[in-house]
Design a protein around this ligand. Structure first.
Ligand SMILES: C[S@@+](CC[C@H](N)C(=O)[O-])C[C@H]1O[C@@H](n2cnc3c(N)ncnc32)[C@H](O)[C@@H]1O
Length: 245
């Protein structure tokens, strides 16, 4: 890797939102043009396969980004809401889907605003490792889908650092939570932009789920679309959890 990966103990929510605002148009184009093969071949099929087997009628897509997945969830439900703190992302979502409801908010802000709307299903596709406050967002998911189901995918914390080649870096330790800034690039282009995720060991996710009354009902390690020769380990985890009433 030519561009550096940087570690931080802390970043502000506003920095993260700015990063997603800058990345959103590029990400949206990638997904629309079927160029994000991990999303297209691994993550979306995992989520939609589970949604199709469920009876959920009211779905909230937490961290919906530019809403491409939300629109597909909307076809499968009677009421769908997409929320994301990136206003640029939500603007793009509204531009390509003027039927589904999209709102600018973190999950935590949305719950704080006091809406008592409850959903049968909360989806968080590749969001939990991008949220700065894990307990905050898991608590919000639990509140939004009380008595229902949470479906989430995350970057696999054991293998993502190997994939991004920072597992052996000074400043990284698997068991410690760490804010990680990586260059944002596609297979063909570098944009001078960065994306931030928070590395956390798997046990931290599971502890947070337990604390907020989420019982894991499915836990699947998912390989990326690349060949075994290119990268042999699972890069993603799909987690389904039921939420206490
Ligand atoms: C990797 S993108 C995934 C977008 C979308 N779920 C998808 O499948 O394309 C992560 C998204 O999480 C959002 N996000 C970060 N922290 C969040 C929070 N606390 N609540 C809701 N969304 C958050 C970001 O703004 C970003 O759009």
């Amino acid at each position: 890797m030519t561009e550096p990966v940087r570690f931080y103990d802390h970043k502000d929510e506003a920095d993260i939102v700015r990063e997603w605002d800058s990345i959103a148009p590029i990400r949206d184009r990638q997904v629309a043009l079927h160029q994000d093969t991990s999303y297209e071949r691994v993550l979306e099929p995992w989520i939609l396969g589970r949604v199709d087997r469920s009876t959920a009628k009211r779905i909230v897509d937490v961290g919906c980004g530019t809403g491409r997945l939300t629109s597909k969830l909307a076809i499968r439900s009677s009421e769908t809401l997409g929320i994301d703190p990136s206003a640029v992302s939500i603007g793009l979502a509204r531009a390509h889907d003027d039927v589904t409801r999209f709102e600018v908010a973190t999950a935590e802000e949305w719950v704080r605003r006091g809406s008592d709307a409850r959903f049968d299903l909360a989806v968080a596709n590749m969001v939990l490792m991008d949220a700065l406050d894990l307990d905050g967002i898991v608590g919000a998911l639990a509140a939004l889908a009380r008595g229902g189901v949470v479906l989430s995918t995350i970057a696999h914390p054991a293998f993502w650092p190997i994939y991004w080649e920072y597992a052996g870096s000074d400043g990284f330790s698997y068991l410690d939570e760490k804010v990680v800034e990586t260059p944002f690039r596609t297979s063909s282009q570098s944009y001078g932009l960065v994306a931030t995720h928070v590395h956390r060991p798997i046990e931290m996710y599971l502890r947070s789920f337990r604390r907020h009354g989420l019982t894991v009902t499915a836990f699947e390690e998912l390989r990326g679309p690349e060949s075994i020769e290119n990268f042999p380990y699972p890069r993603f985890i799909g987690i389904e959890a039921s939420v206490l009433p």
